[in-house]
Design a protein around this ligand. Structure first.
Ligand SMILES: [Zn+2]
Length: 226
C-alpha cells in the first residue's frame, strides 16, 4: 500500500474516532439520525456527500500526494483557510494541513444538517461559523493529535517532500470538485470563481464580481486550483 493510501486511511480513522464520536451528543439533541461512511478515494477528489440520512466523506489518495508537495499544498483552499483564519495559530505543516482537511469536510457534513447550503456558495459564512467552532472547541487539535499518534504508530513521517520530489505522483491536470475555488484565463485575463457543476468535458464556474455573477464552462485542464 502506498504512503498516500495509508495516510488517507488514517484520515478516515481520525475522522471517525474524533469528529464523528464528538458530535454524537449534538446529533442526539437535535434528533438527527444519520450514518457516516468515510473512505479513501483513488483520485484527488476529497469531499462530503449526502444521500438522505447516509453521509460519506472521501479522502483522495492524490489529494494527500498533492499536499505533500509544498508548492502544491499552497494552492489548496484548506491551506488558505489555515493561514487566513489563524487555525493552529497559523502554524502549519503537512500534519496540520491534513488534520484541517478532516475538519473542513466534516464542517460540510454539519452544514448539510443545518441546511445552510446556498447555490454556488458552499464556502459561505455559515460554513465558516462551523469550521471556526470545530477549531475553537479543541476538536481540530484533537484530530491533529490523533493523526500524529496514528502516524507515529504506523511509522509514517508526516512532512512535506522537497519541492519537485512529488511531481511524478501528482498529475498536473487537476480534477476539480464542486465548491472548489479555481482560476483560469479568459480573454487574456485571469478570472477566479467557484466550481458549481462538473460536466463530462467541462466544469461550470461561477464568478461573483462587481459587475454581477458570471458563468463559464471551462475544460478542467485549463483550471488552476485556487
Ligand atoms: Zn469545502
Amino acid at each position: 500500500m502506498s504512503f498516500e493510501q495509508r495516510v488517507a486511511q488514517l484520515l478516515v480513522e481520525v475522522t471517525e474516532q474524533v469528529l464523528w464520536r464528538e458530535i454524537q451528543p449534538w446529533l442526539r439533541d437535535r434528533g438527527h439520525r444519520i450514518q457516516l461512511h468515510c473512505r479513501v478515494g483513488s483520485g484527488r477528489a476529497t469531499h462530503h456527500r449526502q444521500q438522505g440520512a447516509r453521509h460519506s466523506i472521501t479522502y483522495g489518495r492524490k489529494m494527500v500526494a498533492s499536499k505533500r508537495c509544498p508548492l502544491q499544498a499552497e494552492l489548496w483552499t484548506t491551506a488558505r483557510e489555515i493561514r487566513a483564519r489563524g487555525y493552529f495559530r497559523g502554524q502549519w505543516g503537512l500534519a496540520e494541513l491534513l488534520a484541517h482537511t478532516c475538519c473542513h469536510e466534516f464542517a460540510h457534513l454539519v452544514q448539510s444538517l443545518n441546511g445552510w447550503y446556498g447555490r454556488g456558495s458552499i464556502h459561505n459564512a455559515g460554513f465558516y461559523q462551523i469550521l471556526d467552532r470545530i477549531h475553537r472547541s479543541g476538536s481540530a487539535q484533537r484530530v491533529l493529535e490523533a493523526l500524529l499518534r496514528a502516524a507515529q504508530d504506523a511509522q509514517l513521517e508526516l512532512g512535506f517532500l522537497p519541492p519537485g520530489a512529488a511531481a511524478r505522483d501528482t498529475a498536473p491536470v487537476p480534477a476539480p470538485v464542486r465548491g472548489q475555488r479555481v482560476r483560469f484565463q479568459y480573454r487574456g485575463k485571469l478570472v477566479s470563481g467557484v466550481v458549481t457543476r462538473i460536466h463530462r468535458q467541462t466544469v461550470r464556474v461561477e464568478n461573483h464580481g462587481i459587475a454581477g455573477v458570471g458563468y463559464f464552462r471551462v475544460p478542467p485542464a485549463q483550471l488552476q486550483l485556487d
